[in-house]
Design a protein around this ligand. Structure first.
Ligand code: PHE
Length: 380
């Protein structure tokens, strides 16, 4: 087999007339195009590119030295134009050779004309934290700064942790207020082992006290479920944050001071708090905590004397349930150091979704769950 290598040698120019330059340039480009046709693989492409573009002794460099630097003064301009033209043509020829090679290996057709590298690329949208989780994280961080640690528990819970150990005896009417979703097919099990979707984060109080001895300070964020049809203020799944502090000599004053501080940290230092008596089987005494409405500032009125809707014109918004841990609850974890005669504690539980609604002035809870990016983006 005969292998012919068409080597191109840069000739010395003696004639610098426009016609002669054009002729020399034409021969040079023709040689480059022929050379390009011999490129079969990446190694050959590299050799080809080096042959023409190498700074040191590449053909373009030689042309620059011989034709441009060697040109008589009055021909410099014309020679410069010619050399620039050659450069552009050689670069385009190399690019075409690269594309042809790529096309052959990938099957994708690329020509210089097909791609406009000045077009913006594909931008992947950056995700953002959901408004509810953001609110949850903010609340948790207020308590972390007070020295509380964070705990979690299962969403599918047993009757024992969700009710019995929280002092809801079997068949007690207080269970009815929790609109519980039960897991089907559990009837053959003893009641305390039956599974359900936890209706509050309070079962994690018991789970934590089983594992950790007093003193404890803990917050528990999580999802809970209740059999409520979805509407502007209800969702069958929502978020709570539970708090529990147990030590010797914990008083209702500690509960009030802690929650007052937390509300001011969350909603601003001008917010006032107010406790009203309530009932929960696992706290005694129990209370609901209200804060001055942060929409109307407590007046119950908006601009132009319009009624304030979030607080129903009362100037107060209920934010959580709380109370002193009922001694009956400690009885269930007595063996782990929670002797109701020796320790006392307080607990609270708040609905994060409702707080997020109020915080962001959103009037329908469903927006948070419909996944409409236009809505969610506003909190990113
Ligand atoms: N678990 C109660 C609820 O979901 C709130 C609560 C928690 C009340 C802790 C008192 C103490 O309604």
């Amino acid at each position: 087999m005969l292998l012919i290598i068409v080597a191109y040698t840069v000739p010395k120019l003696t004639d610098y007339s426009a016609a002669a330059l054009e002729q020399a340039a034409g021969e040079c480009i023709a040689a480059c195009v022929t050379d390009a046709q011999s490129v079969r693989n990446d190694a050959e492409l590299k050799a080809f590119r080096d042959r023409w573009m190498a700074r040191k002794n590449g053909i373009l460099t030689q042309i620059n030295d011989l034709w441009l630097k060697g040109a008589p003064k009055d021909a410099k301009r014309e020679a410069g134009r010619c050399v620039n033209q050659i450069k552009a043509d050689v670069e385009r020829t190399i690019e075409t050779a690269e594309n042809l090679l790529l096309e052959r290996s990938t099957g994708v057709r690329l020509t210089t004309e097909d791609i406009d590298i000045t077009l913006p690329g594909v931008r992947r949208p950056i995700g953002a934290e959901h408004a509810i989780l953001k609110t949850s994280r903010e609340i948790v961080s207020v308590f972390r700064q007070l020295g509380y640690s964070v705990s979690e528990g299962p969403v599918v819970e047993t009757d024992y942790y969700n009710f019995e150990a929280l002092n809801f005896p079997p068949n007690h009417p207080a269970r009815d207020t929790q609109d519980t979703l039960f897991i089907a097919g559990q009837q053959s099990k003893p009641q305390r082992e039956r599974l359900l979707l936890r209706t509050h984060t309070s079962p994690v109080q018991i789970r934590t006290m089983e594992k950790m001895k007093p003193p404890i300070r803990i917050v528990i964020p999580g999802t809970v479920h209740r059999n409520d049809p979805p509407d502007a203020s209800h969702s069958p799944m929502f978020h709570q944050i539970e708090g529990l502090a147990v030590d010797t000599n914990i008083t209702f004053g500690d509960l009030k001071g802690t929650l007052d501080h937390a509300m001011k940290a969350l909603f601003g230092s001008s917010v006032k708090t107010h406790f009203r008596p309530s009932f929960f089987p696992f706290t005694e005494p129990s209370a609901e905590l209200y804060v001055t409405c942060f929409i109307c500032g407590g007046s119950g009125k908006r601009e132009g004397n319009a009624p304030c809707r979030p607080c129903k014109q009362t100037g107060w918004i209920e934010v959580l349930g709380c109370g002193m841990v009922d001694p009956n609850v400690f009885e269930f974890v007595k063996d782990n150091g929670y002797d109701p005669k020796k320790v006392s504690g307080f607990a609270f539980g708040m609905g994060v979704d409702r707080l997020a609604l109020l915080k962001y002035g959103v009037d329908d809870l469903q927006y948070f769950y419909q996944g409409d990016v236009r809505f969610l983006q506003q909190f990113g």
